[in-house]
Design a protein. Structure first.
Length: 290
């Protein structure tokens, strides 16, 4: 009898395991699609830095929460700061005073579905570049410099390809295209075979095509000067992503690999910011392309 009860118990455990595996296979793509479209929101935003005011900016179909910071005296250019995934404009608090000192007007805002901005889904540049274009439409006519990290870098590159008002881009830790980066990161969270189903659901729910999100394809059309920066030891977004983007750029460009830098660390050193400072000085006075 004891053996029979043990066998029955083992059978029930096997049945439960099979049912659980079936549910995981069924629900896995849905969970993965939701993770792609709905990154964690960092809603705690610090107070606006000195010289800045809280603003609501009109995106394509969402309101974007941000800061508008006015230079003392006549601004020579406008810098727009674009944060990474699951972050917000607060990450640029330390950068803004430096740009104001350079007589830049500064705009920093939370990307759609991030921070305090509206939006139900992150589309990694597909809709975000259209939001950015609308924001630029509201600004005074002067050279535009885009500075972005990770997701923000990808958005900047995709917008620069279509917007001649952009004269310079600083792109740190960009991904080359959404399909590649999602497949590379999938094994950390989900089996790779779930990815196609997750992509299909994400496209349906987010209203965009995965393969249309491609900074590397956009790079070939960019006429602005582009400084590409990446941590050489980045294991989240491998340095090859930035190398592919750099190789595709046809205009004025430079690539900086930060020795020992991991993800979200490439902009940490004063030496890197000295290089950014020089790049911006060399290129921000250029006239927007006609």
């Amino acid at each position: 009898m004891a053996f029979r009860r043990s066998a029955v118990g083992v059978s029930l455990l096997l049945v439960a395991a099979v049912v659980a595996a079936g549910l995981a296979l069924q629900q896995g793509p849905t969970i993965a699609a939701n993770a792609l479209l709905h990154p964690w929101r960092k809603t705690a935003v610090p107070p606006a830095p000195d010289g800045c005011e809280d603003v609501r900016l009109a995106g394509m179909d969402v309101a974007l929460s941000g800061w508008r910071c006015r230079a003392a005296g006549d601004a020579v250019a406008t810098a727009i700061l674009l944060h990474g995934i699951a972050d917000n404009r607060g990450s640029w608090s330390g950068t803004i005073p430096w740009l104001l000192h350079k007589r830049f007007e500064v705009i920093a805002y939370d990307s759609r579905a991030n921070g305090e901005s509206e939006g139900s889904a992150c589309t990694y540049g597909f809709l975000e570049k259209q939001d950015l274009h609308r924001v630029i439409d509201t600004l005074e006519v002067r050279p535009i410099v885009l500075i972005g990290t990770s997701l923000g870098a990808a958005i900047a590159l995709q917008e620069a390809a279509d917007d001649p008002r952009v004269v310079a881009v600083v792109a740190a830790e960009t991904f080359s295209d959404l399909r590649t980066i999602a497949i590379e990161r999938a094994p950390f969270y989900f089996p790779r075979f779930m990815v196609p189903g997750a992509f299909a659901l994400a496209e349906q729910q987010g209203g965009f095509r995965i393969d249309d999100v491609s900074p590397v394809r956009a790079a070939a059309s960019i006429r602005a000067a582009v400084l590409v920066i990446h941590g050489a030891d980045d294991v989240d977004t491998r340095p090859d992503h930035s190398r592919r983007v750099y190789d595709a750029l046809a205009g004025r460009k430079r690539l900086i690999m930060i020795v020992g830098g991991r993800h979200n660390q490439s902009l940490s050193s004063p030496e890197t910011w000295n290089e950014i400072d020089r790049w911006i000085d060399e290129n921000s006075r250029l006239h927007p392309q006609e």
